[in-house]
Design a protein around this ligand. Structure first.
Ligand code: ADP
Ligand code: ZN
Ligand code: ZN
Length: 728
């Protein structure tokens, strides 16, 4: 250690894939830099933005070797609060990931770059007395000006509101300000204007009371409510209280597709515009959302997983909707679980967190069953509608038409006859999952992945759904030249064609990533469904999530059989969740619903439990299986993932890594090939470390990672630790 009596040493996180923090000395012009500040530093021959994570009084390097910070770009403002910085430190230790990547993941993209700055506080524009006088005059030809004045007469207006009133707002506004008719003011936090909701059911009331009971205490609540049981209503009621007391709240949702409807519901009830943030906003919009959160102007933030790390000085409650959803786990780079980090954050803040779902993940289920989480069950539909009836269709030896059995076709026909709507669910887009030659057996496979190319008939392309590479559909078999290419199996595109031919006069709406590409497209389609006329819906899991289609009374699940005998021990859990979510689309309003499940295994035990006794019994049963097999959540896992162009390098690295795994309670297994061994031209393998105790696993992992960094074979591969992995 080299103590530095004269000046502090800044520990700086840089956006590099290195498990290391870098030491710098402060610059002369701004000596009092605090943790959480951005700094511009020299790195090699580059200049980079870094974030100070600690101010220390010594370095492992001699003082004269340390470079100086070049500048502090934010005038003493911090980009991370103490609270978020502590959370990020916990994250990089827990997930064994490069600190710089963890820290920079939490910043809005514009603040990651040299040149990006914290925006000034947002202003809003008010009329002066002189401005109000102008409204007494007839507008004449200055129509746009008049619209802007009217907008501000209703109350202070934001730039967004003025832009909506006239695209030329900027120019007109500066003219108005020059004459002192309009004056800017720092924007105030949104005012609540709560409209009353429905009177709560007993189940809802109990949940609201329990969650609201101790606002300043960490407590994790599982809100386990069937689709339509009024979970969102519970969120609204607990939020009202927090917001009325001046607190901020964070609502995390799995996908942006869900947000417009949800946001509208919150806006109507709470009487102000929640701040929405997700990764498909522009960089400017994300920076603005970040800034509103940080200044406390945003009272309620609704966002996807990237919102988890927003600095919110008055954060008093976190809600995670659809907590079981797989998209809450980041699957590349800094691999973290939004749910687990959110729970950690709530614990650090000493505030309640609510995990809402109709189908709890087994991790959450087990925590609730063990009494660590407060478990609130909502088992009645709030509107009084009945739960859908299940009908299991054994499709062995049935004649099928494009994947649909004659019985299901009949049921669809009967539904349309009654002028109701039917939904056909198939979790596979495209026309056919594979195209093959009937003469020689050739089939189209991706050159870069262990996967078949999906046939997209309408665009005449073969596409890999894993790396997006593709080609034109060949006219002849590339192998034998025969004119005998045909699809095998079916996707949503084929279902759409087949159903459209069977019911040519019925509108057919397809929901998948090929048809719902553009923003707003989903809403346009769902408006049409909600209009209520008879129609057929075909779609992938996009349709399974949170949408309210009152006229849908029949759901057909075409095929989920792969999950019943998958090598992935989580496949069954996911299948159960998906089935319940899809079924939840049926009969949500006054009309009773029916769900038809087509399967080759109608007597599968877990399937029967799910259908006869419901999700809770199903979860308990597979939880028992996991316990017997010592699988998560009854043990703790981490993967050492590695990939490279050459398989030999990956194998060599993992063999060596296995040799140096520290002795202890946790054991290491493998190397194993990843479920998809080759992807995007890279070969992927992993080692599995597992223990019954989390502490033991982490202690050994920490030792292991420090050794792995130094292995010579590590330089020829990419490697990463995946703590609490969700796929293999
Ligand atoms: P979930 O989020 O559990 O799917 P929602 O909160 O969206 O359920 O409620 C489903 C429907 O029931 C919505 O239309 C909602 O307005 C209505 N609803 C919720 N709670 C009540 C209640 N206590 N009384 C009447 N209607 C309710
Ligand atoms: Zn052929
Ligand atoms: Zn591919």
């Amino acid at each position: 250690m080299h103590p530095s009596p004269a000046q502090p040493v800044l520990k700086v996180a840089l956006p590099l894939p290195l498990r290391q923090i870098f030491d710098y000395l402060p610059c002369e012009s701004t000596p009092g830099v605090q943790p959480g500040a951005r700094v511009l530093v020299p790195f090699g021959c580059r200049k980079m933005i870094g974030v100070v994570t600690e101010v220390a009084d010594s370095s492992e390097l001699p003082m004269e070797k340390l470079a100086r910070v070049l500048a502090c770009p934010d005038d003493g403002q911090l980009v991370l609060t103490n609270e978020t910085l502590d959370l990020l430190k916990w994250c990089w230790r827990y997930y064994k990931h490069a600190p710089g990547e963890v820290v920079f993941n939490a910043l809005p993209p514009l603040l990651r770059k040299v040149g990006g700055t914290i925006p000034p506080l947002p202003v809003e524009y008010c009329l002066t007395a002189g401005g109000r006088d102008q409204l007494l005059e007839p507008p004449g030809r200055a129509k746009a000006r008049h619209r802007l004045l009217l907008e501000m007469q209703r109350g202070a207006a934001t730039a967004e509101q003025l832009r909506a009133a006239s695209p030329a707002w900027r120019k007109i506004l500066s003219a108005l300000m020059e004459r002192d008719w309009v004056r800017p003011e720092i924007q105030k936090a949104a005012q609540l204007n709560i409209s009353p909701g429905p009177s709560l059911t007993t189940e809802q009331r109990d949940a609201v009371d329990a969650i609201g009971k101790s606002p300043g205490v960490f407590q994790c609540h599982l809100l386990d409510g069937i689709t339509g049981s009024g979970k969102t209503e519970v969120y609204l009621c607990v939020l009202e209280k927090i917001l009325q007391q001046g607190g901020q709240a964070l609502l995390l949702v799995p996908e942006i597709g869900l947000t417009p409807q949800l946001v509208e519901r919150f806006r109507q009830r709470l009487g102000f515009e929640p701040v929405v943030t997700h990764s498909s906003l522009s960089e400017g919009q994300r920076l603005q959302a970040w800034s509103l959160a940080k200044t406390g102007l945003a009272r309620l933030v609704i966002g996807t997983r990237s919102a988890l790390f927003l600095p919110m000085p008055e954060l008093r409650m976190i809600i995670l909707d659809e907590e079981h959803d797989a998209s809450f786990k980041q699957q590349d780079g800094f691999r973290y679980s939004t749910r687990d980090v959110a729970v950690k954050r709530a614990a650090g803040l000493a505030v309640p967190i609510v995990l809402g779902t109709a189908t709890p993940s087994l991790e959450t289920f087990n925590n609730a069953a063990g009494g660590r989480y407060n478990w609130h069950r909502l088992r009645q539909r709030a509107t009084g509608a009945a739960e859908p009836r299940w009908r299991v269709l054994d499709v062995c030896q049935q004649t099928m038409q494009g994947g649909i059995s004659a019985v299901a076709m009949e049921a669809i026909g009967a539904t349309l006859e009654k002028r109701e709507q039917a939904l056909v669910f198939l979790n596979r887009r495209g026309y056919a999952p594979v195209i093959l030659c009937h003469e020689c057996g050739w089939h189209a496979a991706c050159q870069r992945c262990d996967a078949n190319l999906t046939w997209h008939k309408s665009t005449r392309r073969l596409l890999c759904h894993h790396c997006d590479s593709g080609m034109q559909v060949p006219v002849m078999c590339p192998h034998c030249g025969a004119d005998a290419l045909q699809g095998a199996g079916e996707g949503t595109e084929q279902l759409e064609q087949m159903l459209a031919a069977a019911w040519p006069d019925t509108p057919l709406l397809r929901f998948d990533r090929d048809t719902v590409r553009r923003k707003g497209e989903f809403d346009r389609l769902s408006e049409q469904v909600k209009a209520g006329d008879p129609c057929l819906l075909v779609g992938t899991q996009m349709l399974a999530k949170g949408h309210h289609f009152p006229q849908v009374t029949l759901v057909v699940i075409v095929n989920l059989d792969q999950a019943l005998y998958s090598a992935d021990f989580r496949a069954l859990e996911r299948m159960g969740q998906l089935m319940v979510q899809v079924a939840g689309r049926a009969g949500r309003d006054q009309l009773p619903g029916e769900v038809i499940l087509q399967t080759h295994y109608p007597r599968h035990e877990a399937l029967l439990t799910l259908l006869e006794s419901g999700y809770e019994a199903f979860a308990a049963e597979i939880c028992g299986d996991r316990q017997a097999a010592c699988l998560p959540p009854f043990s703790y896992q981490a993967l050492l993932r590695s990939d490279a162009h050459e398989k030999g390098h990956v194998r060599a690295f993992l063999e060596q890594a296995r040799q140096v795994f520290p002795a202890g309670e946790a054991l290491v297994y493998g190397p194993f090939p990843a479920m998809m061994e080759r992807r995007s031209g890279r070969t992927r393998w992993y080692l599995l470390a597992q223990a019954d105790s989390r502490a033991a696993l982490h202690q050994q992992l920490d030792q292991w990672v420090s050794v792995l960094k130094k292995l010579p074979s590590a330089r020829k591969v990419r490697w990463a630790v995946d703590v609490d992995p969700q796929d293999y």
